[in-house]
Design a protein around this ligand. Structure first.
Ligand code: F6P
Length: 342
């Protein structure tokens, strides 16, 4: 079998571990692997690298993706799906592994439904928002970065008696902010799943001062929304090829409101793309390895239109339709848990 492999969407530290696992398992099964560059872009424009053992040697601890990535949506480009079909036929590819979030794997879902090629997806996103899996690769690494950032903010917030706000990625899901906030001991965690009132946040900060707590740390998700606004705060009006707005700016907004309303000196740190870079965590390396091996084994077994997932401590596979139907949100139980530490 010749297997096509691509990585699309926002990157994260653990992708190379999944590429390595796909290639190593494929080669040991007697298969060949063609890696397309920059996600679906490479499949449309026939930009590729043949991946052998030396291509993946030493990449496990490196962040990013050796194949490159992009947010290319072939279903929004005239003739792109036909060109992908031509590329796959020219290479003799009979199975394709896509590593990415709901957008990248959503394209695989459509291609497998159209009968273009058998596709298996690997969930990869720091947002951890794919419904079928408890963990997507990249999330745990990003979570560790958020935790360390909050630890560092604590010491300087304490010295200066300030309110320090940390704006955290995650799009419309609060996983990274909530679990990062819990792990980093944030005093207030604001996520998209729960609209918040500025009055309540200010009261909470004032109460802390009354309890002789002279600083506060707020972990806020980029997609969190105060009740006084009609919409989430975005960087500009543009949307990407999959229709997503660019979230960002809620941290600055909140800092200004808190300072004006309470008089507490307040600053914001936007973690931004730092959350997506650097060395993958041990958990992510292992998960990426398990997912990569499983994806190839599923193709060997003739599977198509499925995604590998982590459920109840094991790797399983579920149909794309089950894995990609919506955004996986933080359940109320986690929100209640976080509120105990306000
Ligand atoms: O989906 C991953 C993610 O990092 C989101 O958390 C964030 O909103 C978005 O990508 C940022 O995208 P870009 O890299 O295009 O700025």
């Amino acid at each position: 079998m010749r297997i096509g492999l691509l990585t699309g969407g926002g990157d994260s530290p653990a992708i190379n571990g999944a590429i390595r696992a796909v290639v190593r398992r494929a080669l040991s099964g007697g298969h060949l692997v063609t890696g397309f560059h920059k996600g679906w872009h490479g499949a449309i424009h026939d930009e590729f690298t043949e991946l052998d053992e030396s291509s993946v040697s030493g990449i496990l601890p490196h962040g990013g993706t050796i194949l490159g990535t992009s947010r290319t949506n072939p279903f929004k480009i005239d003739g792109a799906v036909d060109r992908i079909n031509q590329t796959l036929a020219a290479h003799g590819i009979s199975g394709l592994v896509s590593i990415g979030g709901d957008d990248t794997n959503g394209v695989s879902q459509k291609l497998s439904e159209l009968g273009s090629v058998r596709c298996v997806g690997i969930p990869q996103t720091i947002d951890n928002d794919i419904p079928g899996t408890e963990f997507s690769i990249g999330f745990d690494s990003a979570l560790n970065i958020v935790t360390e950032a909050l630890d560092r903010l604590h010491t300087t917030a304490s010295s200066h008696h300030r309110v320090l706000i940390c704006e955290i990625m995650g799009r419309d899901a609060g996983w990274l902010a909530l679990l990062g906030g819990l792990a980093g001991g944030a005093d207030c965690i604001l996520i998209p799943e729960r609209e918040f009132r500025l009055e309540d946040v200010c009261t909470q900060l004032q109460d802390r001062r009354k309890r002789e707590k002279h600083f506060s740390i707020i972990a806020i998700a980029e997609g969190a929304k105060p009740a006084m606004l009609d919409e989430q705060i975005t960087q500009d009006e543009s949307v990407d090829a999959f229709g997503h707005v660019k979230l960002g700016g809620i941290g600055q907004f909140l800092a200004k409101e808190i300072q004006e309303r309470t008089g507490f000196e307040t600053r914001t740190t936007v973690l931004g793309h730092l959350q997506r870079g650097g060395v993958p965590s041990a958990f992510d390396r292992v998960l990426a390895t398990m997912f990569g091996v499983s994806a190839v084994e599923l193709l060997e077994q003739g599977a198509s239109g499925v995604m590998v997932v982590w459920q109840y401590g094991q790797v399983h596979s579920v149909p794309f339709a089950e894995a990609l139907h919506s955004t996986r949100h933080v359940p109320d139980a986690f929100v209640r848990l976080a509120s105990l530490f306000n």
